[in-house]
Design a protein around this ligand. Sequence first.
Ligand SMILES: [Zn+2]
Length: 294
Amino acid sequence: MISFADIQYRYTVEEYLEKLEMPRRIEVKSMFEVSNLALDMTRRYERASDPLPEIWIRSTLTPNGEAMPGRIYLSEGLINTCLDISLPPDCHSTLELPNNLMLPLPQFALTFCLVHEYMHISRKHNECSIEIGDSQRFSLATEYDADLCSTAVIYRLAQQFYKDSASDRDVRTITLFAILWVTLALPQSDLATTHSSTAERIFSTYTKVCSLTQRLGAPPDPSCAGPECRQVAEYMPQVLLRLAKLHADLHLEKGRILKQILAGFVPGPQRFEAAEAWEEIREIVVAVSEKPKD
Ligand SMILES: [Zn+2]
């Protein structure tokens, strides 16, 4: 028998906003405004002909998202997780960011999650699963793909957002900050079956942020061999260490989290499973989705 607690309701974004109290409504509205901007930007960049998917909110309190052709579901729990992300005290000085720089982490966090779901649709992961066959390895690979594509979008969004107020180094720092914070805020047990470990997700986000080139449309430089990304790869380890320290100070889990993140740098037998799984199917996904590889 289904109890009342198990019944799920779903809302359009407008209906969902209506039922929120102030000031939460304003905050969530602004999160969706930024996310929609990023979705529009992504669609224009991809020259996609399909309309943007509909966005629905489920009343479930477990943070999750789901994508299917033409539709994305986000749970209320996911929105709450993004909204409740707290900014650590002294984060500007620790990260060496200009004091007056706005850091709308909930906006960037929700955008990362929504664009991640959009990428499952846009990269036609559903169609690829028919061609390749669905398996845990396929799921790891496509989650990895969606994460990395979404990371590139957050970087482009941050470039726009801070175009007159921050350096490229600041933009990369904030991109990594926002994605790392939401990744660490999500409950790990629910993700364990489909996503790779938190350490691996952070490590792959980190390497992606290092490999992106400033000019839109220019190919990424995964081995950081060119002068631009070589320079980025020189300062980004410091940024990651500062972020790890900030997170440890905030959550008082110094040893565990810091160790988990740094462990991502040491290749182990299982460490890069998602990256390997992705390499096996990347040509097929790129061919099926006919999308740029950035
Ligand atoms: Zn996903």
